[in-house]
Design a protein around this ligand. Sequence first.
Ligand code: IYR
Length: 225
Amino acid sequence: MSFETVPYEPAPPPGDALERARRFSALLAGRRSVRHFSRAPVPRELIDELVRTAGTAPSGANKQPWRFVAIDDPGLKREIRLAAEQEERSFYERESNQRWISDLRHLGTDANKPFLEDAPWLIVVFRLVRDDARSPGPHATDQVYYVQESVGIAVGMLLAAAQNAGLATLTHTPSPMGFLAKLLERPPNERPFLIIPVGHPAEGCTVPDIERKSLDQIRILNRGE
Ligand code: IYR
């Protein structure tokens, strides 16, 4: 079996590796899910770079099974907010969700989603269930693989890129999200994955007082002895 290759010779980034790793870790440790956005604008070029970064993520069979819809149209943002809030109201009222809702109490969330209008940009991420004509070849079939993993990694990279650019983000998952495909007139091979409001925090913005697990709580060495 033959396949084409190109040389891989990345230039090592300048400076001490540990120092760089620490600085990057501190940068991302400073990221928080922001729910109060200022209406200050963010240039489109900046959003394009975030999406470009996300698009470099690894993916199953390199199918790149994602699409990012960047929205700054106030009318469209309003439609999304109204539809999302309708879904959220039934989520928060449903008796069978009460355990879940008790797990959310410390985050102070409710059915009101003003950030869907206040944030200057909403990036609505879609996952592809079939590859389509926008893909560079060669692909033998339109099947896609490890889509959740691939799109999850791409979103993580987008969030990191936003943090690096000094922008605030939120990962928002109205449930169910079907209305997004309809509102945004997406084709049937695209399914909504996540909404990412992007912008700057509102003046006086606060976030929940939460803790992160320590390294010892998340990293096991070998078999843990
Ligand atoms: N989608 C709802 C509920 C919600 C669910 C989880 I999991 C969160 O981490 C936060 C909220 C909402 O956006 O309010």
